[in-house]
Design a binder for this molecule. Sequence first.
Ligand SMILES: [Zn+2]
Length: 223
Amino acid sequence: MMFRSFFFPLTSLLLFSGFAHGQNGSMQKQGLIDVQTVDPSMLVELKYSTTDNFVKQDVYGDLTRAYLQPMVAQKLRRASQWLQVRRPDLRLLIYDAARPQSAQWKLWNALPQYSEKQRRTYVADPREGSIHSYGCAVDLTLATADGRALDMGTPYDFFGPKAYPRQEAQMLKSGTLTKLQVANRRLLRQAMQAGGFMPIAYEWWHFNALSRKQARQQFKRVE
Ligand SMILES: [Zn+2]
């Protein structure tokens, strides 16, 4: 009887204190933070934890929550707050955040039909790692409060010029992208830049909090 009375309160304490198991727990042990604990208004749908992604495989398994380095999560909170002030009807919808090394290998190995050189245009070489591997990059879009993603002109992980921010002005002129699609992308970039993130030239959904060099110097790769 003593056994039970001792263990029951202990287990309930663990259950109710946000103790996470499996890969979610592993992320916490590595010092990463669940972004929704920093700002619960942000929406999360990790595409690599579903089969709705470019390799059509669930490569994240039980990792279902978005983790980032604490300072990166704070930047994301600032981006979200910037958006809330200007567009209270919209939310940040996160598709990917910190990416464990095991998942980077699964993504890499899911494209055996391509040479290693071709594969690098779709996914970072796991031996080098991506900025996601350090918990310093985030993939996201804008959505309505009930989770409907806004029209950005291409889906997430679309490979090709239509996803390139650097060709937007040209694509607007030629009618490849509509005014609304470009305006939606610009609003996402403005929010993220207000939070302290840097956009990249080839993916409208990807933002870095630090350069690859800074991320490597300051943080360990996420396992
Ligand atoms: Zn990314």
